[in-house]
Design a protein. Structure first.
Length: 130
């Protein structure tokens, strides 16, 4: 996702690594792609806090697009939690290994990431001219 906005700094990628499997496999948390997209939107629209009006506008854009993204994701996939989306209990021994070996992540997780990336591009297309 960090490629969408050409952030180009691996620190941004690493800042969201714990979102895999919800938040470090705590599956009642939102899908990692959903959580990371909110971070990505914040980074994309960040600005100096000294410009109070621009910061206010940026916060509004971030909140609006994050809300849209969550609603659209839930509408398309029926849930936003890792548990609800995958139906796998990672707290059980061997569950993560089974998840990797069966390719569920290819079939499901990659679709979630693709959806998020498409939405981020869509939001960029909708962005008002500056």
């Amino acid at each position: 996702m960090w490629d969408v906005y050409d952030l180009g700094n691996e620190d941004f990628l690493w800042s969201c690594i714990a979102f895999m499997g919800g938040i470090s496999s705590e599956q009642q948390a939102p899908c990692g792609a959903v959580s990371a997209s909110a971070v990505c939107l914040g980074l994309r629209h960040r600005c100096s806090l000294s410009d109070k009006e621009k910061a206010k506008q940026s916060r509004a854009i971030i909140r609006y697009n994050s809300s849209r993204l969550v609603r659209d994701f839930q509408k398309k996939f029926g849930d936003i939690t890792c548990a609800g989306l995958l139906g796998i209990d990672f707290s059980k021994p061997g569950a993560y290994q089974e998840f990797r070996e069966t390719g569920v992540w290819k079939d499901k997780c990659n679709r979630y990431i693709e959806f998020i990336v498409e939405k981020l591009y869509e939001f960029e297309d909708d962005k008002p001219a500056e």
